[in-house]
Design a protein. Structure first.
Length: 166
């Protein structure tokens, strides 16, 4: 950290980014979203982040990891920064995230069960066929009795966002 004219230790953007394990672009994005306070500027235009900025970035990263969005964090951190206590709102948001995870787990279990059933049926088809002869496994999916989607559209979007193919 470097000292400014007021002799307060400030982080430069590269230093803070490195210490927090993020990129400078991420810090700028956090500023735009309102989860990181805008830094002071030196006479040469360099950003100077307050010493507590590292703790704030770590808090944001951890909250993102458990499912909070930047918009949600912006909402609650604004209240907190203005002296409020958004604890009940944070609890409510976390509860919603848990409910979403529970739905996703149920969807994944249903998919697992469906795949197990499908594989057993396919193994039976393959065992009763001549090697190299088509047994039309994919077509069997279309003719299965259960045509409803195993996951909701919202769950498919959440899984896709997390890199899980639906």
């Amino acid at each position: 950290m470097h000292d400014n004219a007021d002799h307060k230790a400030l982080w430069r953007i590269g230093e803070l980014a490195k210490a927090a394990g993020v990129s400078p672009d991420t810090l700028r994005h956090y500023e735009r979203k309102g989860v990181l306070r805008k830094p002071s500027r030196s006479t040469n235009g360099y950003r100077g982040y307050a010493p507590e900025s590292l703790d704030r970035v770590r808090l944001v990263r951890r909250a993102l990891a458990v499912g909070f969005t930047l918009d949600e964090l912006s909402e609650v951190l604004k209240v907190r920064d203005q002296g409020g206590a958004p604890c009940r709102r944070v609890r409510e948001l976390a509860s919603e995230k848990l409910a979403s995870v529970e739905r996703q787990l149920a969807d994944i279990r249903a998919l697992r069960d469906e795949l197990r059933t499908t594989l057993k049926a396919w193994d039976a088809r393959l065992a009763g066929s001549t090697p190299g002869a088509p047994v039309r496994l994919l077509e069997a999916l279309a003719s299965s009795e259960n045509h409803k989607p195993l996951r909701s559209a919202k769950t498919r979007r959440n899984l896709k966002r997390r890199g899980i193919k639906s």
